[in-house]
Design a protein around this ligand. Structure first.
Ligand code: GAP
Length: 431
C-alpha cells in the first residue's frame, strides 16, 4: 500500500467530484469549498450517523437549528469579541501574511527569505456584517464562529417549551465561519465550514462524570464508523492552551500525513456560557432544583467536531492503493454506512442496459444510494466504483437473462458471487 498524501486526496476529490474549489472559474476563493454530488452524499451520511449517535444516549438529546447571524451582544457575552483572535504578522518585503504563533520570528520570512517583519497584531477571526441599511453598533452582527452559542442562548427556551429536565443535551449541525489568517491543508482549516456540536447540561457535581462518559461515547462513534483505531488518540489540554471558556478539554486526535491533529474537541465549559449570558442579558438562566429547593447554574460538557474535518479524515483513513496483476488500484474502503454510493448496477454489455435498468430503479425506490453505469469496459467501471468507495457492484450479464441472478463483486475482497435479483435488497441491508 502506497502512502496516502494530501495531494493524492485533493486530486481524487477533484477528479471524482467530491469537492471543488469555490468559484473555481474565477480562480477560486481561498479557504472556501463547494461539495459535488459524491461529497454532498458523504456529508449527508456523516451528519446522519452523528445525529443517530448523539441522540442514542440514555439521557435526552434534542436537536435545534440556530441562526448563523448573531448580534453584537451575543459575541460580547460569549467572550469571542475580546478573545477570539489570532496573532498576525506581515512580511514587509513580500507582503505575505502569517500567523505569528506558527513562525520563529527570529528567522527570515519562509516565503521570500528576507527578515523584515511588521509588529505582531491581534486579528479578529469573526466575520462582521451589518443588518439593514444603517451601520452602527446596534446593527452590527457577526457570522457565528461556532454553533454552540445559539444553543446557550436558547437553553431556557428549550427547557421550558420541551419540558425536559436536567441532565439533557442540545445538539446542532450547522455552518460556522472563521476568517482564518492562513487557511490550509484543504478541508482541515477552512473559512466556511460545518460543525456538529453537542452541549450537555448537567448538575455541577456530575459534570466530571459526564465529561468522561462523553469522551467514551465519542470514541465509540469513531470506532463504529470504521476509523482505524491505531490512528486515533486522546490528548488532554495543558492548562495554558485551554480556550477562554473551558475548565478542561480533551481532543480526539487523528494521525494525518501532516501529523497528529485535532479532529474533535471535548470540553468542560463549566457554567461559563450560561453565567455570561445571564449577566449580559439580565435574564436568569439558572435552574430550580425541586429536591434541594435551590437554584443553580447548570454545567456544560461539549463535544464539537467539523463535518468537513471528519470528511477529510475519512478520506485519508479509507484511501488505499492495491497492486492487482501489475496494475495500481485506488480504493476508498469506506464503511458501507458512510459510502456515498452503496451499490453500482453494471450491465456487462450495452445490449443488456434495458434489462438491468429496472434493478437500479427498484433499489433507488427503496432509498438505496445506487449508480447505474453502462459505459466502458467492466474492469474500468469496477475501478471507477472502487475509487469512490462503493462497497459492491452488481453485474448483469447474459446469464442473468436466464437465471435471474447478478454477480455481486465485493470492493475489498474482490470476491464474486451470484445473487438472485429478488434478494438484492436484503443483500444491501445486510451490508
Ligand atoms: N465550540 C467549540 C469550538 O468551536 P474548536 O476547537 O474551535 O471548538 C471545534 O472547533 C471543531 O470544529 C474542531 O475540532 C474541528 O473539527 C472543527 N473546526 C474548527 N475550525 C475549523 C476550520 N477552520 N475548518 C474546518 N474545521 C474546523
Amino acid at each position: 500500500m502506497a502512502n496516502v498524501t494530501l495531494e493524492k486526496i485533493v486530486a481524487l476529490c477533484k477528479r471524482r467530484g467530491f469537492v471543488y474549489q469555490s468559484a473555481e472559474i474565477y480562480s477560486g476563493l481561498n479557504g472556501v469549498y463547494d461539495f459535488g454530488p459524491l461529497g454532498a452524499e458523504l456529508k449527508r451520511n456523516i451528519r446522519k450517523l452523528w445525529i443517530e449517535s448523539v441522540t442514542s444516549t440514555p439521557e435526552e438529546v434534542l436537536l435545534i437549528e440556530g441562526s448563523i447571524l448573531g448580534s453584537h451582544q451575543v459575541w460580547e457575552a460569549s467572550g469571542h469579541l475580546k478573545n477570539f483572535s489570532d496573532p498576525m504578522i506581515d512580511c514587509l518585503n513580500c507582503k505575505k501574511r502569517f500567523r505569528a504563533d506558527e513562525l520563529n520570528l527570529e528567522k527570515a520570512c519562509p516565503s521570500c527569505g528576507v527578515k523584515n517583519w511588521t509588529d505582531v497584531r491581534q486579528f479578529q477571526l469573526m466575520f462582521e456584517t451589518n443588518l439593514g441599511a444603517l451601520s452602527d453598533q446596534a446593527t452590527k452582527a457577526y457570522l457565528r464562529p461556532e454553533t454552540a452559542q445559539s444553543i446557550f442562548i436558547n437553553f431556557k427556551n428549550v427547557l421550558s417549551t420541551y419540558r425536559v429536565k436536567i441532565p439533557f443535551g442540545i445538539a446542532q449541525i450547522g455552518k460556522a465561519f472563521r476568517n482564518e489568517i492562513t487557511p490550509k491543508q484543504f478541508l482541515f482549516r477552512m473559512r466556511e465550514f460545518e460543525q456538529m456540536e453537542l452541549e450537555f447540561f448537567c448538575k455541577p457535581e456530575s459534570s466530571d462524570k459526564y465529561f468522561d462518559t462523553w469522551i467514551e461515547h465519542r470514541m465509540k462513534f469513531y470506532e463504529k464508523i470504521g476509523l482505524n483505531q491505531s490512528k486515533l488518540r486522546l490528548r488532554k489540554h495543558e492548562q495554558d492552551e485551554l480556550a477562554h471558556y473551558s475548565k478542561q478539554c480533551t481532543d480526539v486526535e487523528y494521525e494525518f500525513p501532516f501529523g497528529w491533529k485535532e479532529l474533535e474537541g471535548i470540553a468542560h465549559r463549566s457554567d461559563y456560557d450560561l453565567r455570561q449570558h445571564s449577566a449580559h442579558s439580565g435574564k436568569d438562566l439558572s435552574v430550580f432544583d425541586e429536591q434541594t429547593k435551590e437554584s443553580y447554574m447548570p454545567h456544560v460538557v461539549e463535544s464539537s467536531v467539523g463535518v468537513d474535518r471528519l470528511f477529510l479524515t475519512l478520506l485519508f483513513d479509507s484511501y488505499h492503493e492495491d497492486n492487482i496483476e501489475g496494475d495500481t488500484r485506488t480504493v476508498l474502503r469506506f464503511n458501507p454506512a458512510i459510502a456515498p454510493i452503496t451499490a453500482a448496477i453494471l450491465p456487462l454489455s450495452k445490449k443488456l442496459s434495458e434489462n438491468a435498468k429496472p434493478i437500479y430503479e427498484n433499489l433507488k425506490k427503496q432509498s438505496f444510494r445506487v449508480q447505474f453505469d453502462e459505459s466502458g469496459s467492466i474492469g474500468k467501471r469496477y475501478r471507477r466504483q472502487d475509487e469512490i468507495g462503493t462497497p459492491v457492484c452488481f453485474t448483469f450479464d447474459f446469464d442473468s437473462l436466464e437465471d435471474n441472478n447478478v454477480t455481486a463483486r465485493n470492493r475489498d475482497t474482490l470476491k464474486q458471487e451470484r445473487v438472485s435479483i429478488d434478494r438484492l435488497e436484503m443483500y444491501l441491508r445486510k451490508l
